[in-house]
Write a protein that binds this ligand. Sequence first.
Ligand code: FAD
Length: 416
Amino acid sequence: MQRYSTLSLVKNAVSHHEGWAQAWRSPDLKAEYDVVVIGGGGHGLATAYYLAKEHGIAKVAVLEAGWIGGGNTGRNTTVVRSNYLFPESAAFYDFSLKLFEGMSQELNFNVMLRQAGMLTLLHSRHDVEVMRRNINAMHMNGVDADWINVAEVAKLAPGINVGPEARYPIKGGILQKRGGVARHDGVAWGYARAADSLGVDIIQQCAVTGFDIKAGAVQGVQTSRGVIRTKKVAIAVAGHSSVLADMAGFRLPVSSMALQACVSEPLKPVFDAAVMSPALGVYISQSDKGELVMGGGLDLYPSYAQRGNVGTLEHVIAGVIELFPNLSRVKLMRQWAGIVDIVHDSSPIIGHTPVEGMYINCGFGTGGFKATPAGGWTMAHTVAHDKPHKLNEAFSLKRFETGAFIDEMGAAGISH
Ligand SMILES: Cc1cc2nc3c(=O)[nH]c(=O)nc-3n(C[C@H](O)[C@H](O)[C@H](O)COP(=O)(O)OP(=O)(O)OC[C@H]3O[C@@H](n4cnc5c(N)ncnc54)[C@H](O)[C@@H]3O)c2cc1C
């Protein structure tokens, strides 16, 4: 891997980086691959990386219709945590958080993980009772979570209105200290560069348009840049999962909906922890650049339109101002949306599809950034061995036949 001296960094800065090597190649598409990964978001790139690194399968292409990280990976609000309710989810998401904790070293790329805590606010006696029960569930699963009182909430979230006159008075909070934020596109770029260095071909501007399937088994992939022969396909396209499933002739229990977020102008550091209020339906954190990153719930209707709207923005801003009245004069800078893949038990699908040789990673909905490493890791294992790893076997499509759902809707209220 190329390294740079301080002098060369200065030289490159003034020469518009002319001497810098590309972080990953732009190779030509080959006629055949051992595995074709569809989707150059975090999950697809991590899948390719772990296929090469953990399983020695490097004749892999990642096909991305646009640019890598241009989907939900580059649009999310970057919260990472593992405070889920069910043992299957706790094991999966905590493994993911542990991979995040070692990711900058593993990929030799700074993903700017900041574990300053994830604080969930409680606004009523009922909230407190339910969440105390949830804390017990988390502890039983070996996941850290602490109950904190109002004074501690006020210390962690400076400026928060803890007065009794608030429309939703604050009664305490749950803190996962290991939770926090990471740089989203850093995660995509880090996995891309590391996968490329192991021989994976990352092909951008290459949309999958169909599949060649014979006798129920995949034989190839049709793309906007030609046909590829392959016996193994891993789909990781989030909000477009149903579109790809339709091309392959099966249906998924997934609805695609828009999820919005927005950022303010940059401010000096205000708070470290990410703060979420399920009752108000909003959450806020501060990026390393100083912007306040804010979001809320889903637009509750199916859509493939990646754009924000005034109603949701108004709801999010009203909630944030309710919590932090002193932010009322901060200017808003940008608003956007991503298309997320919603499954009605709010848990992912990682595993086999009805087509032999075709596997899928989807259903992460509003909360799959934190799952990027574990999603890629378990998907790579499943593809390499043609059977799921212990961590993802409960997350198969079969649960929609057996009814063994993993209902995580209540894990954080607005489950990011
Ligand atoms: C506003 C917002 C806030 C969020 N906040 C959080 C958060 O705080 N914490 C958290 O954990 N999660 C959050 N999420 C969810 C998280 O972003 C996603 O679950 C996760 O990024 C999904 O990653 P992915 O790699 O599966 O999908 P994506 O990053 O969406 O990648 C899929 C890729 O597939 C490509 N593709 C689609 N169709 C084709 C085709 N036919 N051929 C080739 N390529 C194709 C797309 O172009 C896209 O780049 C948020 C999401 C949004 C939208």
